[in-house]
Structures are given as structure tokens and as C-alpha cells.
Design a binder for this molecule. Sequence first.
Ligand code: Z5A
Length: 227
Amino acid sequence: MRGRLIVFEGGEGAGKTTQLQRSHQWLINSGWLTHLQSKGYIRQIVLTREPGGTETGQRIRQILLEQSRPAEICDRTELLLYAADRAQHVETFLRPRLAAGDLILCDRYTDSTIAYQGYGRGLDLSLIEQLNQIATNGLQSDLTLWLDLEVETGLARTRQRGTIDRIEQADRTFHHQVRHGFTTLAATFPDRIVPINANQPADLVAQQIQATLKERFQQWFGTRFEF
Ligand code: Z5A
């Protein structure tokens, strides 16, 4: 049994967290989870996120995203903190669970660093790729669902929610660069990164994701299942 890593990516307010939870519920309620378990394809589903998927990572997350110290962290420090969070996450959480056969749904992973610190902050892309390699020891996602949404719409959603963290405060140009980063990544890795149109009601976004997951399950496990 080999687990699979499914990552949800996107800019601010794209709906990653909403859709990760919906996918989890759908896998349970549709019977897919039981089906995959009964065939011995996966052990269980686990949910996680970056930054903050481990205890150490939660402390790093606080440093990175708390609102009270926005100016203190310089760009390279930020990059290294995301890498440190990831190294801990991969080593102590992701790899053991994948080895045990878990299906992991993860909110953000390596592509966020390329999009935010690379395209957004303008840090050297080859340096970031090297750091991602060090932090992950080569562990890539099996599938990345990139929820694509216009910057203004995403920011409006987060403003409505009423919480603004350190990166959400960055200017609009930054967020446009981030989106350009994801667009470039999706064009470069079309098998691994699947664009999802996030500019539609949550139910329709969820349906698009479910269709993608069904396709991948068939590809990975050679199994079809309808309920
Ligand atoms: N970051 C980085 O820079 N480098 C890295 O390597 C990594 C991360 C790993 C993590 O913050 C921050 O870290 C992030 C990038 C940076 N930047 N910031 N800021 P986070 O985990 O706290 O938050 P986030 O990942 O940015 O997620 P978010 O802003 O909370 O958005 P979301 O998860 O994509 O969306 P949501 O919470 O599901 O939905 C947002 C709101 O929209 C909410 O009120 C929903 O009810 C609503 N919503 C959701 N879907 C819809 C639809 N379809 N229509 C209308 N409204 C909707």
C-alpha cells in the first residue's frame, strides 16, 4: 500500500480550506473512502496544512503570520521559515503516513513557496527549488488542485471574513505576481497541477474537484466506483 498526497493550492480567498473540507466530507459520504479501504488501496484519510502541520510548525506559523510584527521578518528569513516548517512536516508527518498508505489532503505545499516567495517576493527561483528539495527530500505531491481566482475577488472574500494576516496585507501587485506564479507552474507541470475554476459557487467548485479526484483514483488504482 502506498499513500497519496493531494495538495490544495491557490491565492488568498480562493477557497482551499473550504474545498479541502468538502472533499473530505464527500470522500466519506459518497462511499469512496470505504471503497478504497475495502480494496486495500488506502488506509485512511488525513488532513493537514502548511505552515503549521506539526507542533513545531504551529510555532513557526505564529511567527510567520501573526499580525503584530509585520515589518520584522525579511524575505529570506520568511523563505527559510517556510522551508523549516516543511522539513519538519515532511519528515515527521507526511512521509510516515504515506508509507502507511494514507490519503493525505494538504492545504498548501511546495508550489506556494515558488508562487509567494519566488514570484511574489522576487527571490531567486533556483534557490527556492533547491530549498524545496532539501525540505522535502524529493517528496512531491501526487496531485495538486490549483484553485484559480481573480485577485480582487479573492481579497474581497478574505476582507468579508474579517481576518487579515501578514501576507494578505501585501499590495495587489504582489498578489498578481503570485497568481502569475501559479499559472506558470500549472503550465509547466500539467500532469501534477490541475487548474480548478474557483470563480463559481462552492458547490460547482466541489463538483469539479470530485470529477478530478475520480479520474485520478482510476488512474492510480485502476478502480471505478459509482454510488
Ligand atoms: N505561504 C507562503 O507564503 N509560502 C509558503 O510556502 C506557504 C504559505 C506554505 C497561509 O495562510 C499563508 O502562508 C498564505 C500563503 C503563505 N498567505 N496568506 N495570507 P493561511 O493558511 O492562514 O491562509 P490561506 O492559505 O491564504 O487561505 P485563506 O486566505 O484563508 O483562503 P482559502 O483557504 O483559500 O479560502 P477559504 O478560507 O476556504 O475561503 C475564504 C472565504 O471565502 C470564506 O469566507 C469562505 O466562506 C468564502 N468562500 C469560499 N469558497 C467560496 C466560493 N466558491 N464562493 C464564494 N465565497 C467562497
